[in-house]
Design a protein around this ligand. Sequence first.
Ligand code: ZN
Ligand code: ZN
Length: 265
Amino acid sequence: MSDGVVSLTSCNTPLLQPVWDGIREHAGARAAPLWGACVAFSAHVLLSALFLGLDALGPRAPWIRRYRMHGKPISLRAWLRCLARISWKYALCVLPVSACMGYAQTRRSAAQRERAAAPSLLVACSECLSCLLVFDTFFFVVHYTVHRNPWLFKIFHQSHHVNTHPFALMALDSSMVELASQQVLAMWSTMVVGCHPVSEILFHLLNIWLAVEDHCGYDFPWALHRILPCFGGAPFHQAHHQRVTGNYAPYFKHWDLIFGTAINM
Ligand SMILES: [Zn+2]
Ligand SMILES: [Zn+2]
């Protein structure tokens, strides 16, 4: 039995073992409380800049325009204004909250780094999917609640609904309380699943990409929701921004279908 486990692990570990070894080698930097928040913010801005580039190419490339879900792309000036807005919110709220969470997690992180083996690809993918499902559930409950309560909506969520036509960067254009709560929900999701640190990093990266994709304003044939119809993708979330109701789950469709809150564009 144990031989079977060893051989299965040894078949799967080479793929992720170098990643895990690299993380353990740089454990000091990884454990820094602000590390995760800074990397997440930079990744989000870089991915959003890719879609800003597509907007700029649009006038000269009709094939790109064909996949845009709404007319006029965001101007560079408005994009930079949004960047300035989310930067100071991050500096004032998200980074301090991340620092507090980081210190609270220090003991847990140290224990996790004791693990010598990386997870197999199958385990990493299943843990990452579990984290996404848990995060999606937490987000659905919070999002539904703030939309049903006008007072909560005003102080907590209204700033995210200023634009009816989303663009990638505005995934982070929310109130400071909402930005911080999303950080906390993501961390809770990994704690509920109890996943390996490699799976946790994969989840955070996928979470960033899906948030960008939800708001990107493009419906490409290779988007995740086209490959896996259980995901709502950009059309699903754009309908939420246009109607300011329904489609409360960020990524998957099942909660909105179960509770009768699913809407089309
Ligand atoms: Zn949104
Ligand atoms: Zn909303």
